[in-house]
Every structure is written in structure tokens, then in C-alpha cells.
Design a protein around this ligand. Structure first.
Ligand code: PNS
Length: 162
């Protein structure tokens, strides 16, 4: 059983993330999307909301599970008996941070590798942060996020009276 973990904040999940999942779900037997519970980072969506949005957006993929994790990613991977970490790479700007993360994770869990996947070029500029900013300011984010995420962002905009 080739089990990989796709970790991240997913605040919220974008079509770029889903594209990575569609590609990697063909390579691995099972993928756990692991949503980080990071108390020091203020998120727009709650942990439960983020999990629900990913579940809804990835329901067309049969080998995907969505969970939360806290603490060290390497410990979580070891607990799950995973063989790889999946991370998306957009541009060279992502590279340095991702390389450092891959190196510390390799040091903490030597048997494990990070697999980098490039998302489709149409999502190269798409990040959760840019999506949140555009959506909360009333910008058109059609085609960049799943429909359920678009609705969720519209609801947040209403709640925040923006
Ligand atoms: O979507 P993000 O915010 O870029 O994801 C970052 C994430 C969650 C993958 C990273 O912050 C992480 O792995 N956090 C858990 C703590 C950890 O293991 N850090 C790396 C070793 S110090």
C-alpha cells in the first residue's frame, strides 16, 4: 500500500491543490490530505470548515482521505506509515522554503522523501492567500477555486461585512 500525505494549511483549498491531488491520486494507492492545526497562525476558515471544503472538493477522487494533524509532520507520517510527502511547486519562489522543509523532514525521518508536483500552468499564480484577498475584496475568483469554496468565501465576506 503506497500511502502519501499531502500536508498544508488549505485556508482554503484551491483548484491548484485539487489539480495536485488529481495528478498524485493516480500515482499513490491512498493519499491523506493533512490539514495542519496551527494555533499561532490565524486562519480565515476553521479547521472543520477547511476539512469539509476539501472533502467536498475532492469527492470525485476515490482514494483520498482528509484529516487534521498538529505537531511534527514527520511524527504524523510515521504514525500513518506513509512513504512520501506531497507538496506542490508553482514557481522558483516556492523552491527555497520547500527545499528547507524537505531537508528537515528528511533529517527527522530519513526513510521518507518529499515528492514535488507542479500544478497546471493556469494555477501558477493561485495561492490561498491571494484567493482570500481577491475574494474578500469582491474580486472574481471563478475557475480558481471549487464552487463550494467560492460560496464559503462569499459567506465569510458577508460575515465580515466587507
Ligand atoms: O500550506 P502550508 O502552510 O505551506 O503548509 C505548511 C506545512 C503545514 C506543511 C508545514 O508548516 C508543516 O509541516 N507544519 C507542521 C510542523 C512541522 O513538521 N514543520 C517542519 C519541521 S520543523
Amino acid at each position: 500500500m503506497r500511502l502519501a500525505v499531502y500536508p498544508g494549511s488549505f485556508d482554503p483549498v484551491t483548484n491548484g491543490h485539487i489539480d495536485i491531488l488529481e495528478k498524485t491520486s493516480k500515482i499513490f494507492d491512498k493519499i491523506i490530505v493533512a490539514v495542519v492545526h496551527n494555533v499561532s497562525k490565524k486562519a480565515l476558515f476553521t479547521l472543520d470548515e477547511r476539512v469539509a471544503l476539501i472533502r467536498e472538493s475532492s469527492k470525485h477522487l476515490v482514494n483520498i482521505e482528509v484529516e487534521c494533524f498538529s505537531g511534527l509532520l514527520a511524527n504524523y507520517l510515521s504514525e500513518k506509515n506513509a512513504c512520501a510527502i506531497i507538496r506542490g511547486l508553482r514557481t522558483v519562489a516556492d523552491f527555497e522554503y520547500e527545499m528547507h522543509m524537505a531537508m528537515i523532514n528528511k533529517k527527522l525521518m530519513p526513510g521518507l522523501d518529499t515528492i514535488f508536483v507542479m500544478s497546471d500552468s493556469k494555477y501558477i499564480f493561485v495561492s490561498s492567500s491571494i484567493i482570500k484577498e481577491a475574494a474578500l475584496l469582491g474580486g472574481d475568483i471563478n475557475g480558481l477555486v471549487p464552487e463550494v469554496v467560492k460560496k464559503g468565501l462569499e459567506e465569510k465576506r458577508r460575515q465580515l461585512n466587507l
